[in-house]
Design a protein around this ligand. Structure first.
Ligand SMILES: Cc1cc2nc3c(=O)[nH]c(=O)nc-3n(C[C@H](O)[C@H](O)[C@H](O)COP(=O)(O)OP(=O)(O)OC[C@H]3O[C@@H](n4cnc5c(N)ncnc54)[C@H](O)[C@@H]3O)c2cc1C
Length: 568
């Protein structure tokens, strides 16, 4: 049974940065990842990463404090202000570190790292590498992790935590290459498994962004926080929901309705197309609902034509390729049909600013975690930043918690029990076979329910109906049949094993959303259109029970920025 001092689940930016930090301090670290780390969803990030470097001619008086203010205002005041301040003050340092480690950021003519304007930001502070920022950052950290000799278990699918005497002692996984189940014991585990976009049918997220890591922690007794806050990105391609980066509007792109109007002038007269995502997605949806979608249909245009071929080719080459190949539209000549799509999971595993959770030995970082820096609405460019800042901090926290304390003793007995439990679960699924519930039907029902009942605008009756549907799906999960058991690269097994956890997270979104009788950030209720700080300036905590989530609440850390009405 493999043992490492630290196991990091997930090879995206958060997991890699955590691993590099701990390994550099002499800790024996292993990364377990469902896909090769270089194929993590982080690599799909396009637009950029925020830091108050003050390199842009219009941003020379930018500061981390102003970045923190924009983040907190963008969050509709639900972010913990100490966490936002921590992130923005760590930001310049982590950018320079990535630069020194070889990340090829785009440059201004004077050689300094280039920055572009992004939504909801008072200054142009988004650093980027053309429109492939995530790819550059990810490959830089993959190289760093190999150079540091971090152990990599690749194509290993984690299904459960090993919990012994209340402490996290490792994970259990399906080894896709060898086809068996195995325990990996550890003195500490960092969960860095990314977002849960795939609980929605209309998402920009990768196939593997199923929320699996958050779900298995939740089921093991670690609460998830603020799950009702789901970000809808304003500009997904109409047909495939592939993302058209906010950088396209940062470079000057327009949003246009059927009448040819730049309709954002009605909703955010100062910020226009660079209003925060929640406001922009609502504006597009309102145009569509009021009949001003293109040809009366459910989409509008992202128009880049006025930028000219040279700027598009230099700053947005990947966007052009995606639009040509997946929508049949060349943005140099034609406007791009777009629609708001699920994009980001603001909620997640409840952690402090060092990735610690309520469970000793268990930490989380990146999109699967909720620190919380994004509150009710994340600003573009702050998520890549979060992964690196809090990945690094959680790696450092493990070092601080482990060094000098000796090993935690042998966890192989607990590991063996956890493997036996998983084997029994798979045997029961296999025994039902095709006679059991069809997991693909349940998944399809869940993703459409989330799209239709917990979208850009929400309302009591529609959400309650959704909740009933999800509770019924949860019941059906108890009798799922596994179509094909055992063997190597058994995707059927993986999709079946992760399904109930996805339904659990969907239920946490639904229950939190029904309960929160106000509108804040991305949670916009037509029946409760105003923000209600008196009652709802608090974090939703969802605790797992087999009958559905049990909710309670915890205070938001305030103290620096007084909550005010958001205007852009
Ligand atoms: C299309 C797109 C564009 C984006 N653009 C930007 C942007 O420009 N700027 C910005 O700030 N943010 C952007 N974001 C958001 C940002 O990219 C993500 O929030 C961030 O990269 C998540 O990183 P992560 O390390 O938390 O997880 P990920 O990069 O998603 O990695 C998750 C890792 O966990 C592993 N994993 C998952 N489940 C398991 C399991 N059960 N067992 C083993 N391994 C598992 C996977 O193999 C993977 O290695 C974008 C997101 C998308 C989808």
């Amino acid at each position: 049974m493999p043992h490492h001092q630290l196991i990091v689940v997930g090879g995206g930016l958060a997991g890699l940065r955590a691993a590099v930090e701990a390994q550099a301090a002499g800790i024996d670290v292993a990364i377990l990842s469902q896909v090769h780390p270089g194929r993590s969803h982080s690599g799909a990030a396009q637009g950029g990463i925020n830091a108050a470097l003050a390199n842009h001619p219009e941003g020379h008086d930018d500061t981390p404090e102003k970045h923190a203010f924009d983040t907190v205002k963008g969050s509709d005041y639900l972010a913990d202000q100490d966490a936002a301040i921590q992130m923005t003050s760590d930001a310049p340092g982590v950018i320079f570190e990535m630069d020194h480690w070889g990340c090829p950021f785009s440059r201004f003519d004077d050689g300094r790292i280039a920055q572009r304007p992004f939504g909801g930001a008072g200054y142009p502070r988004t650093c980027y590498g053309a429109d492939k920022t995530g790819h550059y950052l990810l490959h830089c950290l993959v190289e760093r992790a190999y150079e540091r000799r971090v152990t990599m278990y690749i194509e290993v699918f984690v299904t459960d935590l090993i919990v012994d005497d209340g402490r996290c002692r490792g994970v259990v996984a399906y080894d896709m290459i060898r086809g068996g189940f195995e325990a990996f014991t550890a003195d500490a585990v960092i969960m860095a498994t990314g977002g849960a976009g795939r609980i929605y049918s209309n998402t920009t997220n990768a196939i593997i962004s199923t929320g699996g890591g958050a779900a298995l922690a939740y089921r093991a007794g670690v609460p998830v926080k603020d799950m009702e806050f789901i970000q809808f990105h304003p500009t997904g391609l109409l047909t495939t929901n592939i993302l058209m980066t906010e950088g396209a509007r940062g470079e000057g792109g327009y949003l246009v309705n059927d009448l040819g109007e730049r309709f954002m002038s009605k909703y955010a007269p100062a910020a226009m197309e660079l209003a925060p995502r929640d406001i922009t997605s609502r504006s597009i949806t309102t145009e569509v609902l009021e009949g001003r979608g293109i040809g009366g249909k459910d989409y509008v245009y992202l128009d880049l034509r006025h930028l000219g071929a040279a700027q598009i080719m230099e700053k947005l080459p990947g966007i052009r390729d995606l639009a040509i190949h997946f929508e049949g539209v060349d943005p140099i000549d034609e406007p791009i049909p777009i629609t708001p799509c699920q994009h980001y999971t603001m909620g997640g595993i409840d952690t402090d600013v060092d990735g610690r959770t309520v469970m000793p030995g268990f930490y989380a970082a990146g999109e699967c975690a909720c620190v919380s820096v994004h509150g009710a609405n994340r600003l573009g460019g702050n998520s890549l930043l979060e992964t690196i800042v809090f990945g690094r901090r959680s790696g450092a926290a493990v070092v601080a918690d482990l060094v000098g304390r000796g090993g935690r003793g042998d966890a192989s007995a607990a590991g063996a029990r956890a493997v036996a439990d998983l084997q029994a679960r798979v045997a029961a699924l296999a025994a039902r076979g095709v006679g059991g519930q069809d997991p693909y039907a349940i998944r399809a029902d869940m993703t459409v329910t989330m799209k239709d009942h917990y979208g850009v605008f929400r309302e009591e009756r529609q959400m309650r109906e959704g909740l009933e549907r999800l509770l019924a799906l949860k019941q059906r999960c108890a009798t799922i049949g596994l179509r094909s058991a055992g063997g190597v690269f058994n995707l059927d097994l993986m999709r079946t094993l992760e399904l109930e956890g996805m339904v659990d997270l969907a239920l946490a979104v639904a229950a939190g959303a029904v309960a929160r009788t106000e509108s804040r950030g991305s949670h916009s209720r037509t029946d409760h259109p105003l923000r209600d700080d008196e009652t709802w300036l608090k974090h939703t905590m969802a605790h797992y029970t087999s009958a559905g989530p049990r909710l309670d609440y915890k205070p938001v850390t305030l103290g620096t920025f007084e909550p005010q009405e958001r205007r852009y």
